[in-house]
Design a protein around this ligand. Structure first.
Ligand SMILES: N[C@@H](CCC(=O)N[C@@H](CS)C(=O)NCC(=O)O)C(=O)O
Length: 221
């Protein structure tokens, strides 16, 4: 199985965690986002949307969109389950995941950052403010839910890690890369810290991937 990704890609981070949790062996092919390799013809043959990740299972065109890949992996490798069994619980877990994946992440990806810089000519501090604003908005929404919902347990939903945790961990890692202040979100930090005690999460972290710097100073990403 071949995962097309990049060390700092948050969407790839999500899929890496799921593959690790399921114990699925994979090779990662690095597509350099900082060099714009995702827009080259070679990678467009893999994912016409020019985005990471893509998962090539060797049985047809590569799968795309991280959340769709997570659900596919959960359906085809059911143990350990990444979604709870009851529809209402599944809806909550998907809702939590989407706060990060759909409300914040699309606003901070390279193509948006480049548009702000090259088309709208916004200065670096303004662009950094944009990134932090949307990441912090999602952190606040997650914090409110996690702190007030009775379903929150050791993890986002009960005591077993799943798709919401995967997305929360990637969101918090991204917030770190963008220099966001996570102090106001103690419940979110607690759940993410809990996840990162699990090797499947920790070893998938962007800063533990080949090509990653030893650490990233906040701000530019
Ligand atoms: N919703 C997509 C987001 C994919 C995405 O935007 N990935 C980023 C890296 S995390 C990317 O490849 N961006 C390329 C670009 O913006 O040019 C998913 O979850 O898979």
């Amino acid at each position: 199985m071949k995962l097309y990704g990049f060390w700092r890609s948050l969407a790839t981070f999500r899929v890496r965690i799921a593959l690790n949790l399921k114990g699925i062996a994979f090779d990662e092919v690095s597509v350099d986002l900082m060099q714009g390799e995702q827009r080259g013809e070679a990678y467009r043959q893999v994912n016409s949307q020019a985005m990471l990740p893509a998962l090539d299972m060797g049985d047809g065109p590569a799968l795309f969109q991280s959340l769709a890949i997570l659900e596919y992996l959960d359906e085809t490798y059911p143990t350990p389950a990444l979604l709870p069994s009851k529809p209402r619980d599944r809806a909550r877990v998907r809702g939590l995941a989407l706060i990060a994946v759909c409300e914040a992440h699309p606003l901070v990806v390279p193509r948006v950052r480049e548009y702000l810089e090259k088309d709208l000519h916004l200065a670096e501090p303004v662009r950094a403010e944009w990134l932090r604003h949307w990441m912090d908005s999602a952190s606040a929404a997650l914090e409110l839910r996690l702190a007030s919902d009775p379903e929150t347990g050791r993890f986002c939903h009960g005591d077993v890690p799943g798709i919401a945790d995967i997305c929360a961990v990637a969101h918090v890692a991204g917030s770190g890369l963008f220099g966001c202040d996570l102090t106001p979100y103690p419940m979110l930090r607690r759940v993410v810290a809990e996840c990162l005690t699990i090797e499947a999460f920790a070893s998938a972290h962007p800063l533990r991937q080949p090509g990653a710097p030893a650490h990233v100073a906040g701000g530019r990403s």
